[in-house]
Design a protein around this ligand. Structure first.
Ligand code: KG4
Ligand code: ZN
Length: 359
């Protein structure tokens, strides 16, 4: 049984065909990084326009690569939220039109649930299946959410960020230091060259729900650190580098980043990783988790993966392969399989919802 997945919630237009909930027959992702990079973040109006341009070729290519026509599909799954409403609308409208034209059932998928299913899908393949109850940490540019996942995919929200998402903190810190967008992968690449103990950041203890996160104070602390030293020259040099070559290599960035700044980057990254893992342990204990799932763009972070592996956690921790950590449509198709089994279909009234909650 094959499901076509479509994802357009932020700045990636993606389509994929998944078979039997676990085999990815094709996964196509058209990134808009070049469009938004020069603005240092996603510009919603430009994102919608780019999705409109990309949606038809991306879906066609996904079907071609899967060697599959519309008659070979059991359903079309689409991200209906959360995300940028104008971006979501492109995927939702196109999926509705496909279902109408080819008489296929339509399945609405929550983007955050998709990130969780990226791991569920792959862990089935690796025969190290996720055991329930599982603790799921979804960490991306838009989300830092902790869920309890019970058998049958029932979700309970345990904690979330009260301000910036972890990926957003990476992107904002990178931007203020003169690196390009998205900043997460750049800071992750530079962090091993700095001393993670050099700068001591303290994170505010949460009042109320102690499983909530807050990253805006850390971002401000980094800003204060830069203001106390004069970084104007090195930031200018990095911005110049970016003007000359839009995709600098790690070596290029290293050549224009002094040791003190590398120490800052390493210390910032270490603080974020510690905070994420501290929450994973605390919430895992609280729900007596039998496994943990970490997904979303920040799950690509090499330092986070290494720290999670090095630490003796009381349960196994699963990460998706890097290609399935960031936004993609295979995870959307995968999340649709249990819904197909339960007969949870949508119709032409399906709406794009910017603030769709999973639980
Ligand atoms: O899941 P995703 O592709 O889109 C959203 O749903 O937001 O995540 C993108 C986010 C960006 O903030 C990006 O900087 C961050 O994930 N990211 C990383 C890494 N790779 C991507 N953050 C830290 N380390 C990385 N290696
Ligand atoms: Zn995402």
């Amino acid at each position: 049984m094959r499901i076509l997945g479509i994802e357009s919630s932020c700045d990636e237009t993606a389509a994929a065909v998944v078979e039997d909930g676990r085999r990815v027959l094709s996964s196509v992702v058209a990134s808009q990084m070049d469009t938004h990079g020069k603005y240092g973040g996603v510009v919603p109006e430009l994102a919608s326009r780019e999705h409109l341009r990309a949606i038809v070729p991306v879906v066609t290519t996904a079907l071609e690569r899967a060697g599959c026509g519309y008659t070979g599909l059991a359903a079309v799954a689409v991200t209906s939220g959360p995300g940028l409403v104008g971006s979501l609308l492109v995927g939702v409208t196109y999926a509705k039109a496909l279902c109408f034209a080819h008489k296929l059932p339509l399945i609405a998928v929550n983007h955050v649930e998709g990130h969780i299913h990226a791991v569920v899908m792959e862990s089935g393949e690796r025969d190290r299946a996720v055991e329930y109850p599982a603790l799921a940490l979804v960490v991306s540019g838009g989300h830092t959410h902790l869920f309890e996942v019970r058998e049958g995919f029932h979700y309970r929200l345990l904690g979330k960020t009260r301000d910036d998402a972890a990926g957003e903190a990476f992107d904002k810190v990178a931007k203020l230091l003169g690196f390009s967008y998205p900043g997460g992968p750049i800071l992750d690449g530079l962090a091993p060259y700095g001393n993670p103990e050099a700068v001591r950041f303290t994170l505010a203890r949460m009042k109320g729900n102690t499983l909530d996160f807050s990253f805006s104070g850390l971002k401000t602390a980094v800003l204060r650190w830069t203001q106390q030293r004069d970084l104007t020259h090195e930031i200018h040099t990095r911005r110049e580098l970016l003007r000359r070559s839009p995709h600098p290599s790690l070596e290029d960035w290293l050549a224009v980043t002094p040791k003190t700044t590398l120490d800052l980057v390493a210390s910032f990254q270490r603080t974020v990783i510690e905070e994420l893992l501290r929450h994973v342990v605390a919430s895992g204990e609280q729900i007596q988790a039998r496994s943990a799932i970490v997904s979303g763009g920040v799950a690509c972070n090499a330092g986070l993966r290494a720290a999670a592996q090095a630490r003796r956690l009381p349960f196994p921790i699963h990460f998706p392969s890097p290609g399935l950590s960031t936004d993609n449509a295979a995870m959307i198709a995968a999340a649709a399989f249990p819904k197909f089994g339960r007969g949870e279909f949508s119709d032409a009234t399906l709406k794009a919802q910017a603030n769709l909650a999973l639980a």
